[in-house]
Design a protein around this ligand. Structure first.
Ligand code: UD1
Length: 420
């Protein structure tokens, strides 16, 4: 298994191109199941998770093509011949469950493996199921699979989420687009990736009101049609490289980044002494002075993203003073803490909060993490640490960061991939 070796202590300087958002690309690909006609996505990142979703769609019988070799375009189209999402794919990537809504809407039945637990918590999918049941589906569990049926098709319903779930909102939004009648999704999540999905569905002929709000009203249509859609820039990749610039005391221009999707992070960085300014074509991040401790609490959008918690915590490890980092979305998302502490950080976890007491410097160490954002937080720590850090289990990084070592090396980091 590949590793990444970093020799820390070099301020980053230069430009990093921000790719399309993984978490928008995955539901958008699933939306390709809503029509036999061709859905063309542009600005598609080249990531393991995107390949996994392509493999899942292909085994549903749909043609998934990259028209230009090595290009950023992906087209999806053709009839569905198989409605089973097998355990072997779903266990690799939880977002596979996003095919459930489209398969039910198109075919009236689906058999989707339950994703099970993951490194950051139990992560149930009950809200996806309850919503589909309200729309007329029956779902029973059979051998680790959800067997869903709606012989009469799905109908509209008013679904009030007990709390906003990104995946459940996306799944039900897709299902509702082809359901009979009106569906209202109340207390829905409103992450930019959901807005991106809604905009693509609108381009395919869906009728959706309230896009960007926590109340989506969908009038089902009989069929959706071909469309071309550019995937929104990845706000988490943007935030991660913003923290990389900040932790090394450098200056980096993030080309293609959208600052309006990162308001909560920008606020925290500002308090911590990091400058983030919108410039033509992107966002520039710079730190010249000392870092200060600044508290954050993860929340649903537009609050501070849970997917930025680990990277921000790495930054706080080398600040003056202390910061409290509170995680409210997932119950077990501090797996990076012991590894950061092995690098000399001073972090104590109390329940859902971590107190980070800044130290003057971290020291390099061999480390590994069990999820994507935790892994990249160790890369950030390595960039700032004295000496050498080796991050093991790089496959987590490859799920969500394209060419991470190349992008950082181009800005002056001493970082390389060691093939394993
Ligand atoms: C998505 C993102 C993930 C991000 C998360 C929160 C993708 C592919 N993944 O994950 O990177 O960290 O949003 O911003 O877009 N929950 C339930 N029942 C459900 C569904 C969710 O209890 O049926 C709980 C989860 O366990 C969690 C919370 O709701 O505690 C939020 O999860 P959710 O917003 O659904 O996250 P995902 O869509 O899985």
């Amino acid at each position: 298994m590949d590793k990444i070796r970093i020799r820390g202590g070099r301020p980053l300087s230069g430009e990093i191109v921000i790719g399309g958002a993984k978490n928008a690309g995955l539901p958008l690909m699933a939306a390709g199941l809503l029509t036999d006609e061709r859905l063309t996505l542009t600005n598609v990142p080249d990531l393991v998770d995107i390949h996994t979703m392509a493999a899942l769609l292909a085994q549903h019988g749909v043609a998934v093509e990259r028209p230009l070799a090595g290009g950023r375009e992906l087209s999806i189209g053709g009839p569905i011949s198989n409605t089973e999402a097998p355990y072997d794919i779903v266990r690799k990537m939880r977002a596979s469950v996003l095919v459930l809504g489209p398969l039910m809407a198109r075919m009236g039945h689906a058999r989707v493996s339950l994703p099970g637990g993951c490194a950051i918590g139990t992560r149930p999918v009950d809200l996806h199921f309850k919503g589909l049941e309200q729309m007329g589906a029956t779902i029973r569990l059979d051998g680790g699979y959800a067997q869903a049926e709606a012989p009469q098709g799905l109908h509209g319903a008013t679904i009030v989420f007990p709390f906003p779930s990104v995946g459940a909102t996306e799944n039900l939004l897709m299902a509702a687009s082809l359901a009979d009648g009106r569906t209202v999704l109340a207390n829905a999540a409103r992450e930019p990736e959901i807005t991106d999905l809604a905009e693509c569905l609108l381009a395919m002929g869906a009728r959706i009101e309230g896009v960007g709000t926590d109340r989506l009203t969908v009038d089902g249509v009989r069929r959706l049609h071909a469309a071309t859609h550019a995937i929104v820039p990845d706000r988490i990749e943007t935030g991660t490289y913003a923290c990389a610039a900040a932790i090394t005391g450098g200056e980096v221009h993030l080309r293609g980044a959208r600052m309006d999707h990162l308001a909560a992070l920008v606020r925290a960085l500002d308090e911590a002494g990091v400058e983030v300014v919108e410039r033509p074509g992107g966002v520039t991040v710079r730190r010249t002075g000392r870092l200060h401790g600044a508290d954050v609490m993860t929340e649903v959008y537009p609050g501070f993203p849970t997917d930025m918690q680990a990277q921000y915590m790495a930054l706080m490890c080398v600040s003056d003073g202390a910061a409290m980092v509170t995680e409210t979305i997932f119950e077990n998302r501090f797996m990076h803490v012991p590894e950061l502490n092995r690098m000399g950080a001073r972090i104590n976890v109390h329940g859902a909060s971590a107190i980070v007491r800044g130290v003057p410097a971290l020291s390099g160490a061999p480390v590994m993490a069990t999820d994507l954002r935790a892994s990249v937080s160790l890369v950030l720590a390595g960039l700032a640490a004295r000496g050498e850090t080796v991050v093991n289990r790089v496959y987590h990084l490859d799920r969500g960061y394209e060419a991470v070592e190349q992008k950082l090396a181009a800005c002056g980091a001493d970082i390389e991939r060691l093939p394993g």
